[in-house]
Write a protein that binds this ligand. Structure first.
Ligand code: PLP
Length: 418
């Protein structure tokens, strides 16, 4: 097909005046409905913890015992002392840890991080909100590459070994945002063992998609805290999670796990910012799931909704772009995203064309520090919210946009296929 022919096809889509959205990793309404029972687990006469504590009142700084028990299993840490339950968002915990690092330093810092310029490693493409935290605190971001096994460890090891100002790395270890891929055992080992010039270096292990498998074919990760303990680097990882994409996004429960020393440091700071968390929501969640097995069963219902959406997205990509050499994409076993790479210099144009035809995508570059994808090639696809029919239409438009952008930028002359 020539550019003119592709553009005529594109005009037909435009005339439909569609309003489709594949930009946000939000649960769909049907997924939210799965957790409506949560709202009925407490009532005006039944709101106490197992140990009979009144959840309507202050107290319980680091969580109610049954929530700590549930999240101990979720985070795969050894004891409840290695867990602190947070509020409605794991992002708040991450923000607060960095903030307190800047003002007070970590439990093993020689001085507050903010006393001198510091840097974080940012495996890219990655989660934009991690990068925003760095930007907010004036932390220099050093992009490092991603491999199908996690961050490029040759780059990571070389950087952290030689620069004491590098204090952290962001990692979404399982079904990453946006690649959908997971860290291999080797990456976990190398992160745990590696020599860091900074003695207060931290791995922000944001396991937001820990239980978000699309089928029984799951990625299983090596335990980062256990590996760090064996290597004598007990304080290296902060492990984060929440039920945002398990129950209600924005009305879930978050948690952080790590060494007792790290958790005591966190609890110490928490004391100054709250008299106690929303324990009612913790009771709702622990009653709703009962235990980690209950939570995992619940995730199967999410998978039944999400898998066909991922399958449809991948099927259209294959149908429209398979064999063209114009794009590559990941095939995740879980999570919320597919990472889509178009020819260099085309991502912004593809996103702009998609918008013209009524399809909203995550902004090109959003998955890189300072929103700067040096190759202008990566696009994050989020199939969770639209219906299957909407995905079919949206993805046909996206694929058409890739072909048009590729001809416009001279990557190819015309399309032999399709
Ligand atoms: N971490 C990652 C990797 C995410 O993709 C998201 C949401 O998209 C979050 C954290 C936000 O989690 P929360 O709602 O618990 O702040």
């Amino acid at each position: 097909m020539t550019l003119d022919q592709l553009q005529s096809k594109f005009e037909v889509f435009k005339a439909k005046k569609l309003a489709l959205d594949m930009s946000r990793g939000k649960p769909s309404t049907v997924q939210l409905d799965l957790s409506n029972g949560l709202l009925d687990t407490v009532s005006s006469t039944d709101y106490k913890t197992i140990a009979d504590a009144d959840t309507r009142n202050y107290g319980g700084l680091d969580g109610i015992p049954e929530a700590k028990e549930l999240f101990k299993d979720f985070l795969e840490v050894s004891t409840v002392d290695e867990v602190v339950i947070g509020g409605n968002a794991s992002l708040t915990i991450m923000h607060d840890i960095v903030s307190r690092g800047m003002t007070h330093g970590m439990c093993d810092s020689k001085q507050p991080w903010g006393k001198a310029p510091i840097k974080f490693l940012c495996p890219s493409p990655g989660y934009d909100r991690h990068f925003s935290i760095c930007q907010h605190f004036g932390i220099e971001m050093i992009p490092v590459g991603c491999t199908p096994d996690g961050p490029n460890m040759d780059e990571v090891e070389q950087l952290v070994a030689n620069d004491e100002s590098i204090k952290g790395i962001w990692i979404v270890p399982k079904y990453s945002n946006p690649t959908g891929l997971s860290c291999s055992d080797e990456v976990v080992d190398r992160l745990s063992i590696m020599k860091t010039a900074a003695n207060d270096f931290r791995v922000f292990w944001d396991n937001a998609y820990a239980v978000h498998h699309l089928s029984d074919d799951k990625d299983e990760l090596k335990n980062i805290l256990a590996a760090c303990k064996i290597a004598g680097n007990d304080n290296r990882p902060f492990i984060l999670c929440s039920t945002s994409k398990i129950t209600f996004a924005g009305a879930g429960v978050s948690a952080v796990g790590g060494s007792v020393e790290n958790m005591d440091w966190y609890r110490g700071h928490l004391f100054f910012s709250t008299i106690g968390p929303d324990k009612l929501n913790q009771v709702r969640h622990t009653r709703f799931f009962k235990n980690i097995e209950g939570l995992n069963e619940h995730m199967k219902k999410h998978a039944a909704i999400l898998k066909p959406r991922f399958d449809k997205t991948l099927a259209i990509l294959e149908q429209e772009l398979g064999g063209t050499d114009l794009a590559t994409w990941t095939k995740p076993k879980g999570g919320y995203f597919i990472s889509f790479n178009v020819p260099n210099g085309c991502a912004k144009r593809v996103v702009a064309l998609a918008v013209e035809a009524g399809v909203k995508l995550t902004g090109a570059g959003a998955t890189y520090p300072h929103k700067n994808d040096p190759n202008d090639s990566n696009i994050r696809l989020a199939p969770s919210c639209p219906t299957i029919n909407e995905i079919e239409q949206a993805m046909k438009i996206v694929c058409l946009a890739v072909k048009i952008a590729a001809i416009e930028t001279g990557v190819v002359k015309d399309m032999v296929q399709n």
